[in-house]
Design a protein around this ligand. Structure first.
Ligand SMILES: C[S@@+](CC[C@H](N)C(=O)[O-])C[C@H]1O[C@@H](n2cnc3c(N)ncnc32)[C@H](O)[C@@H]1O
Length: 223
């Protein structure tokens, strides 16, 4: 945990090889969904990005992406991403002035730490994630009035009740924003490329002012 303006945030220990990176199969599934639901997407932003070199490459290779921008609180992670040629900035995702510069993105992924110190093992529940999904959506959708598709990457234990608790306050402020998709992403490869039985990785909530309010439940399973 790191103190930032007296609030504590989880940041990865880069000495450990096992720190949480987004699963590659999950990234492929996200690209497939974007191609299907939002085929005109040309800009993607990734907030609390961690090491985002794989998604940067995959989105550039498979989608018509002209702009990819990312943000993380951890200077070492940001430096690594910049070295990989990614437009990545070091900031707190709850900084409204910085967040303002991400409003033009067609699709925004919000992926806060889902485990203690991002170790991928000590998993946090939906309501224990910091920055919280409620605080972030209140700022980004409510205050800053983002128009586009915001994908909240939530813990695998997230329930329909959790989704509803996030949805209702959003709807009260923004009745043009609906919950298009509740996406359960399964992977069969570990971070180090070993084959495993299918494991649920994340529950993604696809909020959008561009797509219908359908609450569609979907599972993606890569082989
Ligand atoms: C491990 S990554 C998650 C990766 C990816 N977004 C995903 O969905 O799988 C979480 C990242 O959030 C960053 N982080 C934690 N608190 C943050 C904050 N307040 N603002 C910006 N980044 C933050 C951490 O430094 C860490 O790199």
């Amino acid at each position: 945990m790191t103190e930032h303006n007296s609030i504590s945030y989880h940041r990865p220990n880069l000495e450990k090889q096992t720190f949480a990176r987004t699963n590659r199969q999950t990234i492929e599934q996200r690209a497939t969904l974007i191609a299907e639901l939002l085929p005109n997407t040309t800009s993607i932003a990734e907030l609390c990005c961690g090491d985002c070199s794989w998604q940067h490459r995959h989105y550039s290779d498979t989608l018509n992406i002209q702009h990819y921008r990312s943000l993380d609180l951890d200077p070492a992670i940001v430096a690594r991403n910049q070295t990989a040629g990614i437009d990545c900035i070091c900031a707190n995702v709850m900084d409204r002035h910085v967040l303002h510069t991400f409003l033009a993105a067609d699709v925004v992924f919000f992926g806060p730490p889902l485990s203690v110190d991002c170790d991928g093992h000590q998993l946090l529940s939906f309501h224990n994630v910091t920055p919280s999904f409620t605080d972030f959506t209140d700022l980004f959708l409510g205050e800053l009035d983002y128009n586009g598709t915001l994908v909240c990457i939530c813990p695998k234990t997230t329930t329909m009740g959790d989704a509803a608790q996030l949805y209702h306050p959003i709807q009260q402020r923004r009745n043009d924003v609906g919950l298009r998709l509740i996406h359960h992403t399964y992977a069969t490869l570990t971070g180090s490329g070993e084959q495993t039985a299918p494991r649920l990785k994340y529950v993604e909530l696809w909020f959008s002012s561009q797509l219908a309010d359908r609450w569609e439940l979907r599972e993606s399973r890569s082989i």
